[in-house]
Design a protein. Sequence first.
Length: 90
Amino acid sequence: MLMMLFEGSRGEPVFREHVLGKLAGLGITTVSVLRDDRMVGVVLDGWAFDPAGSAEAARTAVAGTKTGVRVLHPLLQTAVSSTTAEGGKR
């Protein structure tokens, strides 16, 4: 998993077919886009995606030559259970 943050524009981000093809070639199977009034976040994930080895290629595919793009690597990913610590139901 890899997340990119960059200054957003007024319009919605558009992923054209050639960009999606580049991402698929990197092993990315899921693209999520988040935004607020100032920033856009793009989360890339895929079982064959190597964020450490392909971060720059992914950044270039998504942001092109845009500067100021922050690339965030995962620190923690965990599942949350709805059962109590003793193993019973709530």
